[in-house]
Design a protein around this ligand. Structure first.
Ligand SMILES: Nc1nc2c(ncn2[C@@H]2O[C@H](COP(=O)(O)OP(=O)(O)OP(=O)(O)O)[C@@H](O)[C@H]2O)c(=O)[nH]1
Ligand SMILES: [Mg+2]
Length: 433
């Protein structure tokens, strides 16, 4: 109920290809290379927004794709970058890749690149050298990052309802919000938490209704304290007490005791108190009950309401909203001082430099042939950007392998000029045949 999940395929845009082109100048037979670079592929960016509280949209929107970058063109014109895809996710969303958390959205407006667009390939203008005056080589654009993202939303409710069984928690939720929880005249009607959104003035409150608590709940009595963890992350507690209770102060203290036994943090959470079911009671009696509570409730605000008669609901919601805004503002200040002030959009990087530069060789031998498989982030990246069907493209890759020391290691491992080398999905011989 409180953990919403969805799986989506995210795919950033492919980088544009670099161009092969030569300048045309009058009186010059063949001008220098002027093929422009391809544009970068569009990222897939997630942005946390308040006001969303479900991942349900993602169930029907299974693919999230960034736009590809455009190819480079002659006269050194670079391809345009592909447009990024911005996706709104609820605050509280955690994104996992292969079971590992790669992003945790905790604040409104927080943005992260979850899938990075592929780099554009270099055009041939880059590859001019003293020995290569007319390079016919350009790079292909790189594919964008793609993977299946597992989204998980742990709802950060604004308000948690606590109280004895039968206090009227679910009924309250049902009249102030869109939720339709089960309501009945017996204890432990609610067995799993319910959530609802209540609109108040120009804002809204996400309210969590949990099963009733009893004395000893923190030691496992009744339904125990398992559901208190849902309240643990809420900003404010609304403590509901049946106005018909003989000893409202005692009822209040019992629940407070259970909250404190669960965690200090929960005991310190801002609280609003309300007597429920007052529609049939004299004002005097209600005032007496409120006074009794005042004696034990410290400086918490105390209200009296009737869900059935829709009486006294707005002042309670307003008080809750005021408290919630205070808490959220304090949280935002704390978060800002914690991680300084970083500008721009952070990029999730799973590969640190070392991981990127590392490579390894695996020799696969069978009856038919021997293949040397080269694996490594950077070399595979270069291979993906190589036009294997051109002589120049392939030789450039061979140059890079030499520079990275891979060729040397291959020869040491027994590779010869005509040995088959495999990088990614492509195969070629170590030396041009
Ligand atoms: N007269 C009156 N009865 C109410 C009011 N609110 C709730 N009740 C009744 O109180 C009983 C318990 O209500 P629930 O909302 O199920 O109580 P709860 O606190 O969610 O109970 P648990 O889920 O068991 O913890 C039901 O019979 C409701 O109809 C009210 O404002 N006035
Ligand atoms: Mg209930």
């Amino acid at each position: 109920m409180f953990v919403d999940t969805a799986k989506v395929f995210v795919q950033a845009g492919r980088g544009g290809d670099g161009a092969v082109s030569f300048r045309h100048e009058i009186y010059v037979d063949k001008g220098g290379p002027d093929g422009g670079d391809g544009g970068k592929g569009g990222d897939v960016i997630f942005m946390a927004v308040e006001g969303l509280n479900t991942l349900i949209d993602f169930r029907y929107k299974a693919e999230l794709k960034g736009k590809p970058g455009q190819s480079g063109a002659k006269r050194d014109r670079h391809g345009k970058s592909g447009e990024a895809l911005r996706v709104k996710v609820p605050v509280g969303t955690v994104v996992k890749r292969d079971g590992e958390i790669i992003a945790d959205f905790t604040q409104d407006g927080q943005e992260l690149v979850v899938a990075r667009g592929g780099d554009g390939g270099f055009g041939n203008a880059h590859f001019k050298s003293s020995v290569r005056q007319a390079p016919r080589v350009a790079e292909k654009g790189e594919p964008g990052d793609e993977f299946e993202a597992e989204l998980e939303l742990k709802l950060l409710a604004d308000v948690g309802l606590v109280g004895f069984p039968n206090a009227g928690k679910s009924t309250f939720l049902s009249v102030v919000s869109n939720a339709r929880p089960e309501i009945a005249d017996y204890a432990f009607t609610t067995l799993t938490p319910n959530l609802g959104v209540a609109d108040i003035d120009d804002g809204s409150l996400l309210i969590a209704d949990i099963p009733g608590l009893i004395e000893g709940a923190s030691e496992g009595k009744g339904l125990g304290d398992t559901f208190l963890r849902h309240v643990e992350r809420t900003a404010v507690i609304l403590h509901l007490i049946d106005a018909y209770a003989d000893d409202v102060a005692g009822a209040y203290k019992t629940i407070r005791h259970e909250l404190a036994a669960y965690s200090d943090d929960l005991a310190r959470r801002p609280e609003v108190i309300a007597l429920t079911k007052i529609e049939g009671l004299d004002d005097e009696l209600v005032a007496m009950q409120v006074d009794a509570l005042r004696g034990v409730a410290g400086d918490a605000e105390i209200f009296a309401l009737s869900s059935q008669a829709h009486q006294g609901l707005i002042p309670v919601l307003r008080a809750l909203r005021t408290r919630v805004v205070e808490v959220r503002e304090a949280e935002a200040v704390a978060a800002n001082t914690e991680d300084g002030n970083e500008g721009g959009v952070a990029v999730i990087s799973l590969n640190d430099t070392q991981k990127a530069l590392a490579w390894k060789i695996q020799k696969i031998e069978n009856d038919e042939r021997t293949v040397f498989v080269v694996k490594g982030h950077k070399i595979e990246k270069f291979a993906r950007r190589t036009h294997f069907d051109t002589y120049e493209g392939l030789n450039r890759l061979r140059d890079i392998m030499k520079k990275m020391g891979i060729t040397h290691a291959l020869i040491r491992d027994g590779a010869e000029g005509d040995s088959i080398i495999r990088i990614g999905l492509d195969e070629f011989t170590l030396v041009e045949q």
